[in-house]
Design a protein around this ligand. Structure first.
Ligand code: NAD
Ligand code: DAU
Length: 333
């Protein structure tokens, strides 16, 4: 029985990861989910697992060293998803990003070191490399993060590495590309545009819409993490990508087409400051170990759109209060 501490497990990828673990390992795993329940954390994401005897939810902050120290001795593996994750919010208000993404990771690493954890997975991001116009980033490339979000993630990424080098804490670092799928807070490109289109609201495309992201279905990301826990080498960094590079405007048009909605819903808005033009990953290090994504982009996008169609209550509950304040202030729409 492997015992996991999943931090940020009430968010988008963390909740999908917990579902993935129970679907794959059923009662042969124990999961403690430590989550502060910020605006992005949502207990509804885990309703179907909350009564499992091998699941425990703890509402708390990864910056709380006393709490973390209580939980870490009870687990074998820490998977650190907890973070402030939205680039636009980091531009308006970086404070929480520095606290959670860097200091929070430090608190977890310190506890992992003290209690001799068996494995520590730091969920980093492809954004730590910055933008690349030609070619693809390898794990050995220089980090040039360009937003307070990606800079704070780069800080945690390198701090985790330093704990491996200095203290031999058994760390693995993953850098994944843009995820999409079920339970994504509707502030990110795909979840915002699908839900806006369902409401016949405008889809606000930044700049010229030609920025490129590499998209991966969230369950492929979860599967790659699980694969690396078994097959990854300690102290190493692994890029995880879907191999689906698309411009934002192409994604936007595809969403409208799949929902049979008019192109007149597209609204061009002021660009994001410091907007990275293109992300692209060389994933040979991971694929050489024998892992590859299972989901193709088009059918995973259809599956995702159908999920938002079938779960309007999930997102309409979110698209009130804090979300509306943020949306109106940010987009001025
Ligand atoms: P998310 O914003 O949906 O979820 C983050 C979760 O962390 C929320 O449940 C939130 O309540 C929790 N949290 C925030 N601060 C906390 C704190 N101080 N203590 C405990 N919990 C806290 O984010 P996501 O999109 O699921 O991303 C998860 C992780 O994956 C992040 O580390 C992010 O940097 C990384 N990542 C995301 C993507 C992507 O495309 N979304 C790609 C690569 C890497
Ligand atoms: O690359 C991995 C990263 O992907 C993760 O580390 C981050 O946590 C995650 O938020 C995501 O960052 P991005 O900034 O790439 O994702 P976002 O969905 O915010 O934006 C994707 C692209 O779409 C980007 O070029 C900006 C553009 N965009 C986004 C929004 C929300 C728009 O044009 N309009 C929008 O309203």
């Amino acid at each position: 029985m492997i015992r996991y501490l999943v931090t940020g497990g009430a968010g988008f990828i963390g909740s999908n990861y917990i579902h993935y673990l129970f679907d794959k390992y059923d009662n042969n795993v124990h999961v403690i989910n430590l989550d502060k329940l910020t605006y992005a954390g949502n207990p509804d994401n885990l309703k179907d697992v909350e009564n499992r005897p091998n699941y425990q939810f703890v509402k708390g902050d990864i910056c709380d060293a006393a709490l973390v120290d209580e939980l870490v001795p009870r687990v074998d593996i820490i998977v650190n998803f907890a973070a402030e994750s939205h680039v636009d919010r980091s531009i308006g208000d970086p404070d929480a990003f520095i606290k959670t993404d860097i200091y929070g990771a430090f608190v977890l690493l310190e506890s992992a070191r003290k209690h001799k954890i068996k494995k520590f997975i730091q969920i980093s991001t492809d954004e730590v490399y910055g933008s690349i116009l030609d070619g693809s980033f390898k794990e050995t490339d220089t980090l040039e993060p360009s937003s307070p979000y990606s800079a704070s993630k780069a800080g945690a990424d390198r701090l985790a590495f330093s704990y491996y080098v200095t203290y031999k804490t058994p760390v693995i670092i993953t850098r994944c590309s843009n995820n999409f799928g079920m339970f994504q807070y509707p502030e990110k490109l795909i979840s915002l545009f699908v839900t806006n289109a369902l409401e016949n609201k405008q889809l606000p495309v930044y700049g010229d819409g030609k920025n490129i992201r590499d998209w991966i279905f969230v369950l492929d990301h979860c599967d790659a993490i699980d694969f690396l826990i078994t097959n990854g080498t300690l102290g190493q960094v692994y890029n995880i990508g879907g191999g689906n590079e698309k411009t934002n405007i192409d994604i936007t048009r595809l969403i409208l087409q799949k929902l049979d909605k008019p192109a007149s819903l597209i609204t061009w808005v002021t660009d994001r400051p410091g907007h990275d033009r293109r992300y692209s990953l060389d994933t040979n290090k991971l694929t050489a170990l024998g892992w590859k994504p299972q989901y193709d982009f088009d059918s995973a996008l259809t599956k995702t759109i159908n999920w938002y169609k079938d779960n309007t209550l999930w997102w309409s509950k979110i698209k009130t209060g804090e979300f509306l304040d943020y949306y109106k202030k940010h987009y001025k729409l």
